[in-house]
Design a protein around this ligand. Structure first.
Ligand SMILES: [Zn+2]
Length: 366
């Protein structure tokens, strides 16, 4: 990532709190028939359950009946498996740990289905509906998740995270508090794969539409699939809320001097950071298609080619005026400007690209 977000504590976290309580205190401790007294230890959740019981709506019915159905399944689970699930529940909510330490292994719905297919199905059905437009959390009793809670969270989030650009690509702006719409929040570890953390905001980040809806989709930052053997390998990934994120540098080498006809195959692009971040960088590049996207920018008429030819045009003007020495200053200023605010106007790519053109003698006009 180009930079990471600051985490913002917010009352929206109460929703994950309800889910944590359900799992740890109600389902894991299931004994005897279910009734509302099983929720008494969490007065707020208890009140919600009782009140939803009087409502007719499908969301109210879905929320309460899911609690009851999953409780019934837990009654039949043996203690050893419950202990295993409890350990994995904590893993799945330790997003920072999962990103940084490959020994912390989260559990997937598929893992659960291998031993308890009915449980996997009910959990996926429940957690799968809790985020988004069709979530029961959009009911007034929960605080209107989509229309109020997330909107308010996003407002606070964006005032504390106001760089204005997507940290995953630095190619697109992120909508902020001056926009009437907000960016969608992405589940960094895909919510279709991992149970227990659907409202854990350490796993949710705003992301530009291109990163979210075109490139990342269901890509999993912590699993690399071998293209030949199809083997799945656990890998480290950047944690979007990391406090000590390294500075990353994007280096560009060209294999051709024909900038007018430059193609992606003519470019070597590497991303480096001080320290051992090989796996994190690899995951970042893979999930967000960075190599393809950055190379396409360098080959684009509006970016790479135009950066190069604006200096070239300046040279041709200078020849007419007899001031060719000024072209060197012009080049230096453009590179300096691009480096000064690297995340603005794709400056991080522009400075490296022009420096490489210079290195290859394409911008020497003496
Ligand atoms: Zn992006």
């Amino acid at each position: 990532m180009h930079f990471t977000f600051n985490y913002i504590p917010h009352q929206i976290e109460k929703l994950q709190g309800y889910l944590d309580y359900l799992f740890l205190e109600v389902w894991l401790k299931a004994q005897g028939n279910f009734d509302d007294t099983k929720l008494k230890g969490h007065p707020e959740l208890h009140k919600i359950y009782v009140e939803l019981g009087y409502e007719d709506g499908k969301w109210a019915y879905f929320f309460n009946s899911s609690i009851e159905n999953i409780y019934k399944i837990f009654l039949d689970l043996d203690e050893a498996y419950k202990d295993e699930l409890k350990e994995k529940f904590h893993h799945n909510n330790n997003i920072e740990g999962i990103c940084k330490d490959v020994a912390i292994e989260p559990i997937t719905y598929r893992d659960i289905a291998a031993k308890q297919p009915k449980l996997a199905k009910e959990l996926k059905n429940f957690y799968g509906k809790l985020y988004g437009k069709d979530s029961p959390f959009n009911l007034k009793i929960f605080g209107f998740l989509s229309t109020q809670l997330i909107t308010d969270y996003d407002k606070q989030f964006m005032s504390a995270n106001n760089k204005g650009v997507c940290p995953f690509c630095a190619l697109s702006d992120l909508k902020g508090n001056n926009n009437s719409y907000r960016e969608a929040y992405d589940h960094y570890l895909p919510k279709g794969l991992y149970p227990f953390n659907v409202l854990n905001f350490h796993n949710l980040s705003p992301m530009c539409n291109e990163c979210n809806s075109t490139y990342k989709l269901q890509e999993n930052p912590i699993i690399k699939i071998d293209p030949i053997t199809n083997d799945k390998n656990r890998t480290k990934a950047f944690y979007p809320y990391e406090n000590n994120h390294p500075d990353v540098e994007i280096n560009i080498k060209l294999k051709s001097n024909d900038i007018l006809n430059l193609e992606p195959a003519d470019i070597d692009l590497t991303i480096v950071a001080k320290g051992d971040y090989v796996q994190e960088i690899e995951s970042w590049k893979r999930v967000f298609g960075l190599e393809e996207r950055y190379k396409a920018i360098l080959c684009s008429q509006n970016d790479g080619k135009s950066w190069f030819y604006s200096i070239y045009d300046e040279f041709e003007n200078a020849v007419e005026l007899g001031h060719t020495n000024n072209v060197e200053t012009y080049y230096q200023n453009i590179v300096k400007e691009a480096k000064k605010i690297p995340l603005s106007q794709r400056g991080f790519l522009k400075s490296k690209f022009l420096e490489e053109c210079k290195e290859r003698g394409l911008l020497d006009f003496h």
